[in-house]
Design a protein around this ligand. Structure first.
Ligand SMILES: [Zn+2]
Length: 282
């Protein structure tokens, strides 16, 4: 099956009150693990990578070939998405490479600059039948001091104007998650999410899903979150599995060190898929 437009998967998810997991990709082992998890659960999945991640794999085109290979091999339903592009050149590179969705993250710029860059991203992507995600409000992380300031949260009225002005297909909202590990207790602003969701019918996206309590994620999905990004948890699982393999394995084939990595990441991805989508296979 060819790669799908991401917003097609997410519109179905929002109307069906479930979410699609979007899992970060950085090598062929973790891509294979994500693909196997999607095949075993029978659920749609999103592969995504930032420019640094696909750069370490030899470029956006190489990432797309590997993802597409596994999507065809395991007959899964999937989209391939640029996560946190920072320039229009990144957007164009991923469009040319055959991605089916792109995000240019201008959320740390002013409202007007974010609108302008997001609108230009739409102008590049839509003629190629590629969907666009943008972020309003700003989901921070450890690099920015790991503090959730109220001023960085998405304002519902601004979100409506932003979507109208840009023509984007999916909106990432800042409602209290962070990138990386939480230091304190996670606390999603669900009332704010409810207001945004009531005003906007398009699929909403939650960055920083790792470490967020399942009951908070379930309530967010019921309110309109259709895509949840997972990076930190599968990255940590992957590194831990490699360390364990080095302690216990002495294989003659170096690739066998990565078999436990694939198994561990697959198990974790299946867990998330089932948590986000009750219709996935047990
Ligand atoms: Zn993010």
């Amino acid at each position: 099956m060819p790669l799908c437009r991401m917003d097609d998967l997410l519109k179905k998810a929002r109307s069906g009150h479930y979410a699609v997991g979007a899992f970060e990709c950085w090598d062929s082992n973790n891509i294979r693990a994500i693909a196997l998890a999607a095949a075993e659960t029978g659920a749609p999945v999103i592969f995504q990578a930032s420019p640094v991640e696909y750069g370490t794999m030899g470029g956006a085109d190489m990432l797309r070939r590997i993802v597409e290979g596994y999507v065809e091999k395991y007959h899964i339903t999937a989209a391939l998405h640029l996560d946190h592009g920072s320039t229009l050149e990144h957007v164009q590179e991923c469009i040319d490479a055959g991605f089916t969705s792109v995000m240019l993250d201008a959320s740390s710029l002013s409202f007007e600059e974010n609108c302008e860059l997001s609108r230009r991203t739409v102008e590049l992507a839509h003629p190629k039948d590629i969907s666009v995600e943008a972020e309003l409000g700003h989901v921070g992380g450890a690099a920015e001091g790991d503090v959730i300031s109220e001023a960085t949260l998405t304002v519902p009225e601004e979100a409506v104007k932003f979507v109208d002005d840009t023509g984007i297909d999916c909106l990432a909202v800042a409602i209290g998650t962070i990138h990386g590990d939480y230091r304190g207790e996670p606390h999603l602003r669900l009332e704010r999410l409810a207001k945004i969701a009531a005003a906007l019918p398009l699929p909403l996206v939650l960055h920083g899903g790792s470490g967020t309590p399942p009951e908070q994620l379930e309530r967010a999905i019921r309110l309109g979150i259709a895509k949840i990004n997972i990076c930190t948890d599968i990255h940590k699982t992957s590194l831990h599995a490699i360390e364990q393999a080095k302690l216990h394995l002495t294989p003659s084939v170096p690739g066998r060190f990565y078999e436990p990595v694939v198994e561990a990441v697959k198990t974790q991805v299946m867990h998330y898929i089932r948590q986000f989508n009750p219709m996935s296979r047990e």
